[in-house]
Design a protein around this ligand. Sequence first.
Ligand code: PA5
Length: 444
Amino acid sequence: MVTLDITKASSFVGDAAISAFESRVAEAQKSLEDGTCAGNDFLGWMHLPSSITPEFIAEVNACAKTLQENCDAVVVAGIGGSYLGARMVIDALSNSFGWLQSTKYPRILFAGNNIGEDYLSELIGYLKGVRFGIINISKSGTTTETALTFRLLKTMCEEQRGKDEARKVIVAVTDAKRGAARTTADKEGYTSFVIPDNVGGRFSVLTPVGLLPIAVAGFDIAELVKGARDMEEQTSLSVPFRQNPAALYAATRNALYQSGKKIEILANYQPKLHNVGEWWKQLYGESEGKDGKGIFPASVDLTTDLHSMGQWIQDGERTIFETVLSVAQPNHELRVPNDKENLDGLNFLAGRRVDEVNKMAELGTQLAHVDGGVPNIKFTIDRIDEYNIGQLIYMFEKGCGISGLLLKVNPFDQPGVEAYKKNMFALLGKPGYEKETEEIKARL
Ligand code: PA5
């Protein structure tokens, strides 16, 4: 269950300003549904949850089992939409200190999301002598960060296991036909999964892009998909505006944007949700930041960041609003012990749940931020588990599609991402970029 409370946002802009979006939200939803909106060749995510079959889940789980049986670590090579979703879910569901314990599932490592020579050298150092496998994820199959990392890891895996054994633990998730990742997978005979043409990277967590790594980490992908499927229903066209969390969220954030709030800060009070913020930033930033428009998505981990960013949020330029991700019930119970001497003065908390302290910090912060001029949107999920995270994923995806259309941008392309690549290829002298190389040299 995901619930949404916008009362502390509507108190800033007025309920009417939010209701004013109702008919445009309906139009946006209809155009998403009948495929007439901008970017309509990338709407495969819309009915993805309800179209995933038990047979497909079984196929992904079977591949995950092979990796689990043959690997102590699995490196997920991917960047942007090709890793953030898996990372978010795995981090949210994993024991916070799991990496210190030995588990029956392989340790999941992420690479291919940077070009840091130290990072890659240290990864290779760590993997020396470790039975590791690779999931190479790239929709285009040509992304430099991922391709470079995969080349390093493939070489190492083949050296350690021999080519025949290596091909059993290397899996590709890529386009059906195009790109170097597809060519390599077909030529080497890797198990592979297809990223549907009509699902963009940042909307792909419920394809094998996310599902395979999540399954390898030992989590229940059927429940994740079930949560998303139920949310697909709860955000469908027939659900009234005020009862549809994706529609109401999209309208509220656009009403706030119109009133001059240009930055949205996603705040969590559970360290495990840190990467929800990273995934959400890509989803909203890459979908909306175009044509000189778009809310800037930022994120904070609270209460941690109240001791670093708290001052700015409370008192800085009043161009921000806050969206809080609250968890109703923790998965563990821990109470504050009594201390006879009460040296730290904390006996007023003795016997009370740590979560009560956290919740009062959350409430106190919300009230303080509202008093300080920061509108507040609040999502609550029951607990952190596969079902609830699945709900959240789909709700944010649907909210993003609607919101981007309200903003009158194409939420499903990302032309701006190409600019740095063109310059990098020109600077590195990539074949085919000779003209750009000349131009860029003239500028240096
Ligand atoms: O959302 C997107 O489309 C991007 O962030 C991509 O996921 C990212 O650039 C990686 O691309 P690819 O999967 O083609 O390697």
